[in-house]
Design a protein around this ligand. Sequence first.
Ligand code: ATP
Ligand code: MG
Ligand code: MG
Length: 547
Amino acid sequence: MEHNASNFIRNIVKEDLETGKHDHIITRFPPEPNGYLHIGHAKSIVLNFELADEFGGKTNLRFDDTNPLKEDIEFVNSIKEDVKWLGFDWDGLFFASDYFEEMYNRAVLLIEKGLAYVDDLTADEIREHRGTLTAPGKESPYRNRSVAENLDLFKRMRDGEFGDGEKVLRAKIDMASPNINLRDPVIYRIAHATHHNTGDKWCIYPMYAFAHPLEDALENVTHSICTLEFEDQRPLYNWFIEHCEMESKPQQIEFGRLNLTNTVMSKRKLKQLVEEGYVDGWDDPRMPTISGLRRRGYTPEAIRTFCREIGVAKTTGIVDTAMLEHFVREDLKLKAPRTMGVIRPLKVVITNYPEGQVEWLDAEVNPENPEMGMRKIPFSREIYIEQDDFMENPPKKYFRLFPGNEVRLKHAYFIKCEEVIKDENGNVIELRCTYDPETKSGTGFTGRKVKGTLHWVEATQALPAEFRLYEPLILDDEKEGTTFLENVNPNSLQVLQGFIEPNMSEVKAQEKFQFFRHGYFNVDPKHTTSKKPVFNLIVSLKSSFKL
Ligand code: ATP
Ligand code: MG
Ligand code: MG
């Protein structure tokens, strides 16, 4: 497997191994199972797994499942599937919820040391007491409860004696700290809710800030890599490691999260798009989820290369989606068979071609990869071309078909437009053309030149197919005063009925093709039937993107 170019995290790891601070490393990918993974998670997955891989270490998949209200086994399963599909194998598979007893004991230890207390303030009161960046916080009137009283109350919280929100356990640190995270953060709250893993065993749940460092330490994680929003929490992370007397001392390192143009990434927003019906599920091909990208036709190779190439930095930038598209084109260029498909069909009758005759033409499967061999395509008197490839009154420099003009049909002959047939409303419904038998592809004909080459399919044997064309789901990046829902692109999906070559009758879900002049397409696994394949546009052929 290829590896990350040099990045600052890699340098830290390298140094820790060279200086003997660690003799091996352990990283982890710690998703909360409250949604499907997205391309931002892929950045973290690639970073953690490839770092460990490069230095002979290990990577755990750990579900950070400390909030029963939002988590679900559906998400656990999809996350496992997506990590595997991306090409990674975890060493340990862990659930934070398996450590609840251990975490409880460490919280008791804090109480015993006078470093945690049960608070009766409401959530709102706690927020008010916390103060601001410029004003110190105020101590809770419950802050100086005795150790014995705190031990008793905490036990009773666990035993279910109190309702949700009635009490919390807080770390006793410093209400005047310039770092608000250190102003007595809440470490346990009451939630009478059924947990996907522990059922009804617990009615108190640890907060992320407390749970996460303990989870890392319990797994002997050496480098705990997270996104930049957690930088201000690092002192708190270290405080818990120290005062909970964890033997293992993981190091938290932050990097800038991935943002993409025309994309919303947070699970909360993606969930909203799913639940409010803007898309057809988490795996809708317009979604930036791993399952959406898979269904769209992105390959794990392309996603991994993208994640490596964007690099890892201490700042959060926004990456052009065109870069992701660039890498899928690069990956599919040599792999995807070429074929022809007509998305908006226009019938063409070749009047001088013998009626009833069919000839089979030879075409390369992939001119950039000759090993893929040849395919056969039929040609006859009736074909379909693309509606866009004909104009009755063309502008200058239009090299496709118009009355009196001659073009090349890919892999076949030159044809010339002789007559335009219209319906009663004046719409063009058919063209009458003639062909020149001397111009057959592959015969080396040089008698005259034409400027346009069109794709086509033979009409009597063509197979019906559905084409789904996509535009970005989100029109613009969120502007001040608008919600992302107001920026959902109403034209993000276009469904069209067209035709494909008859040699495509056996296509399978997730097979990828390059349709000549259109782009790369993936066979949709959800909507494809034995009667009709559905093709998702992965990416068009042209790009303005330069690496
Ligand atoms: P979201 O805000 O999208 O819900 P999250 O950070 O809450 O994401 P988690 O399930 O907690 O989601 O994420 C698991 C890991 O993936 C974390 O270590 C997190 O830092 C990382 N991660 C999440 N989003 C991104 C992103 N956009 N870029 C890089 N890493 C990310
Ligand atoms: Mg999170
Ligand atoms: Mg989140």
